[in-house]
Design a protein around this ligand. Structure first.
Ligand SMILES: *[C@@H]1O[C@H](CO)[C@@H](O)[C@H](O)[C@H]1NC(C)=O
Ligand SMILES: *[C@@H]1O[C@H](CO)[C@@H](O)[C@H](O)[C@H]1NC(C)=O
Length: 492
């Protein structure tokens, strides 16, 4: 009987030994249960971390051990009563990364907890933006790359800011990957300030470090310069102010003006414009001017231009164009004053031999008075119209008068709705003509500043193939056709 009991006890002890080896839990006759082991799975280098090991329902003296795999006992704590949780303290260093377990021992029995994985995180420090190219100055259409580099730090996430706005991926505009921001084809929208911020991926306990601001400059290609000149009175004669302008481009741009192939000193105003001034005699060809605009990578020439002020001369005549609705009701007329020559003409219109004042309900002037738009809704606009022109820079120059032309509007009975529709069409028409004109003018950018009126003059200037003089374009301009097409689509 006694022998039998001894054998049984021995086999239990052996079994318990097996249990701790294989790690499975067996509670036969008071073997130690598996301890509960908790602690961090990430920790900053040089921080102090706590691990807790606990064995519930145990009331004999125990020893707890903190073990770093494979088998290095770092700390052991005695629990004389048993069942008390213990806390291990770990000073985290470079070698702390790895697996940890807690082992309990009591009277020759052991039990080992599940393993905890600890990752050592190096706090982020010294964030810097490295650019490619360096400095980050590029032309539109080419690419650039920004690298967010850190002096120290592991387990990092990156946040990018462009002009103080966080770049939130996915972004088609910027390509973000790892610590790199890439732009393949830069446009104006990519220019500006960039910063990056790196942070350790530690949830609430994250540490951050930001780079200083880096300015990315996206330069525009230069457009070909355009030449124009204005005339002003100075002393006893006239001066031409010849200006050369590029519509787009990024500074610095250097301009050169050539008069008959010889360079003349220019004054640069603004970043994309330069001018020079020289005396001119009205009616004489002062030579050919051309200008050159230059950046670090481009060199562009303007078209050459004859520097000549042709006085208003020859004859004037009025071209009439009626604007009709789909059912042939005339709702407006466009009257254009065409003169044989004159670089800077000033126009004036008469109706039934009375000079028309600038803007009124019944009519509007566009292209600096060259075109008169009369609308049919106002009563009594049928009658004879004529125009005249003189040099705008010289109030004493003589007028060139046109013949009178008869403009007849169809009399129609219109309902108030129709009247409104027509009024709206006419308003639209004026807006379109003025808009087309502005566009045309800004494209051509040939300006004339009359010292007496301060008006601008420019459009529809062409070179007469016979004389080589700057003169007015004859026939309906492109704007008129456009307007008519737009207009005809309106159903009244
Ligand atoms: C010439 O024109 C430019 C602009 O094109 C202007 O800035 C400059 O003041 C003008 N010069 C004179 C003398 O009028
Ligand atoms: C203008 O003259 C025409 C005839 O030439 C006449 O029928 C019309 O009533 C006149 N209009 C005004 C507003 O005087």
């Amino acid at each position: 009987m006694g022998e039998g009991l001894g054998l049984q006890l021995m086999s239990i002890l052996l079994l318990a030994g097996d249990v701790t080896k294989t790690g499975s839990l067996l509670c036969a006759g008071g073997s130690i249960p598996r301890p509960q082991f908790t602690g961090p799975n990430m920790a900053y280098l040089k921080s102090t971390e706590m691990f807790e090991c606990k064995l519930s329902r145990w009331s004999s003296p125990l020893t707890y051990e903190l073990i770093k795999s494979p088998g290095e006992v770092l700390e052991s704590i005695d629990d004389p009563l048993g069942g008390q949780p213990v806390t291990f303290t770990l000073r985290v260093n470079e070698r702390s990364e790895g697996q940890y377990v807690c082992r309990v021992r009591s009277r020759g029995q052991t039990s080992t907890s599940d393993a905890l994985n600890l990752q050592v995180v190096i706090p982020v420090q010294g964030v810097q933006l490295v650019t490619d190219p360096d400095p980050p100055v590029i032309y539109e259409g080419s690419g650039f790359t920004l690298h967010c580099q850190v002096k120290k730090g592991t387990h990092l996430a990156y946040v990018w800011y462009h002009n103080k706005q966080e770049l939130n991926p996915p972004s088609a505009f910027h390509h973000l990957s790892g610590n790199t921001l890439t732009v393949d084809r830069a446009g104006e929208g990519h220019a500006g300030y960039y910063t990056c911020m790196a942070n350790n991926k530690m949830g609430n306990n994250s540490r951050y470090s930001s780079s200083t601001e880096v300015t990315v400059v996206v330069k525009k290609y230069l457009s070909a310069p355009r030449l124009s000149f204005t005339l002003y009175h100075h002393g006893s004669g006239y001066h031409a102010n010849v200006s050369c302008r590029s519509a787009r481009g990024s500074p610095p741009v250097t301009f050169q003006l050539l008069l008959d192939g010889k360079e003349v000193p220019v004054q640069q105003t603004g970043l994309l414009e330069a001018w020079f001034s020289l005396p001119v005699s009205v009616g004489l060809d002062m030579g050919t001017v051309q200008c050159k605009a230059e950046t670090d990578i481009q060199q562009l020439l303007s078209d050459p231009k004859d520097l000549e002020v042709v006085p208003v001369g020859g004859t004037a005549r009025v071209l009439v164009e009626y604007l009709q609705t789909a059912d042939s009701v005339v709702v407006a007329a466009l009257l254009q004053c065409v003169i044989t020559r004159g670089t800077f003409p000033l126009f004036s219109w008469s109706f039934n031999r009375t000079i028309l004042q600038a803007e009124e309900d019944s009519h509007a002037l566009t292209l600096n008075g060259r075109i008169l738009v009369v609308t049919a809704i106002s009563a009594g606009i049928s009658g004879s119209y004529s125009c005249r022109a003189r040099d705008s820079f010289n109030p004493n120059s003589s007028w060139v008068d046109s013949e009178e032309v008869l403009v007849k509007m169809t009399e129609v009975e219109m309902t108030s709705v129709e009247v409104l529709a027509v009024a709206f069409c006419c308003f639209l028409l004026v807006v379109i003509v003025a808009g087309a004109c502005c566009l045309y003018c800004s494209i051509n950018h040939e300006r004339y500043q009359d010292s007496s009126t301060g008006r601008e003059e420019d459009c529809w200037e062409q070179t007469n193939p016979e004389t080589g003089h700057a003169m007015l374009e004859t026939g309906p301009g492109p704007q008129v056709e456009e307007v008519e097409a737009d207009f005809m689509e309106v159903e009244v």
